[in-house]
Design a protein around this ligand. Structure first.
Ligand code: HEC
Ligand code: HEC
Length: 263
């Protein structure tokens, strides 16, 4: 015989679940998080032409529509997804990334260079066009990413590379819609459009296209668990994150241009 009978606890728990659902609150505990490596400190930017190239690369990274307008098809900056100029662990950082390429790409099915990986984010996340290999924009981005190397040995990935690991779950879009309204819409908009230049969109014509990594619910869930909501990161459970990502995934966005399939 249990100490508290089922009958006595079920009523308050049912009421809590109902209230939480109505309020769009989470009923799941937050996801356990891997510890963050020590904050990254960038080396000083060298003088001369190399330094100018690195500076331009950082400008493009932080304001892509302005500094790479010929290739960006939306208002996203690289830093909207690769947070704080690509220096935050588990927000797909650029730290020590240069020496991780060339690398096998599952998406492409062959080995790709860092230049090709950047071109992929232009055709998919930026919903634009790939900057050519000899363009000043692409070379500046490579110089900037190179400048975030700590000198770690080749093959030794930065410990906070990529996103946090997530379990495989099934998201429920209706629960996700309620969670989005309560925890995300104040910044990203009830219509998902965000605020151009300030807050990135979640869906609609100004968003990334359906070939982008963020359009895959497990990948977005992994981003959210660690990094959103921006004012309370680390509070979402894996199930909340899947529910929200599945809801966002159900909304319309631009189609990936199949002409860029090789990127
Ligand atoms: C809408 C979000 C978004 C935007 C905008 C975006 N990216 Fe990405 N990027 C991603 C995601 C998601 C991944 C895959 C992360 C993963 O799988 O670990 C990725 C991966 C990458 C990688 C490979 C990282 C690795 O660890 O292998 C590079 C390099 C990259 N992006 C560069 C850029 C650059 C440069 C820009 C700006 C021109 C940009 N991205 C814009 C979402 C974005
Ligand atoms: C306080 C404002 C705020 C709240 C609340 C917030 N975000 Fe964000 N979000 C941002 C900002 C600002 C960025 C751009 C990156 C940065 O500067 O941190 C961002 C970036 C993102 C990105 C990556 C870029 C993109 O558009 O794909 C996603 C995905 C995202 N947020 C989803 C969410 C979800 C889902 C929630 C609710 C659980 C949420 N955010 C809550 C401010 C917010």
């Amino acid at each position: 015989m249990p100490f508290v009978s089922r009958r006595r606890i079920s009523a308050p728990i049912a009421a809590y679940l109902l209230l939480s659902l109505l309020a769009g609150c989470s009923v799941h505990p937050p996801a356990p998080q891997p510890a963050a490596p020590a904050p990254f400190v960038a080396a000083p930017i060298p003088a001369g032409e190399r330094g100018q190239q690195i500076r331009l690369g950082k400008l493009i990274f932080d304001d892509t529509p302005t500094y790479a307008h010929a290739y960006a098809g939306n208002q996203f900056t690289c830093s909207d997804c690769h947070l704080q100029s690509g220096t935050i662990a588990y927000a797909s950082p650029m730290i020590d990334l240069a020496q991780a390429f060339p690398a096998f790409s599952q998406r492409a099915g062959h080995v790709i260079t860092l230049q090709q990986r950047i071109q992929e984010c232009f055709t998919r996340s930026e919903n634009g066009q790939p900057p050519p290999l000899d363009s000043k924009e692409l070379n500046a981005l490579v110089a900037y990413i190179d400048s975030l190397s700590t000198g770690a040995a080749r093959g030794h990935s930065y410990p906070g590379r990529g996103l946090v690991p997530v379990p495989a779950l099934t998201g429920h879009p209706l629960t996700g819609r309620a969670l989005y309204a309560r925890q995300c819409a104040a910044c990203h908009g009830h219509n998902g459009a965000g605020v151009p230049h300030v807050l990135p969109p979640m869906w609609g014509p100004g968003s990334y296209n359906n070939g982008a990594g963020m359009d895959k619910p497990p990948k977005m869930a992994a981003f959210l668990i660690r990094n959103m909501p921006q004012n309370h990161p680390g509070t979402l459970s894996p199930q909340d994150a899947y529910d929200i990502a599945t809801f966002i995934h159900s909304m319309p966005r631009p189609a990936f241009n199949p002409a860029y399939k090789s990127y």
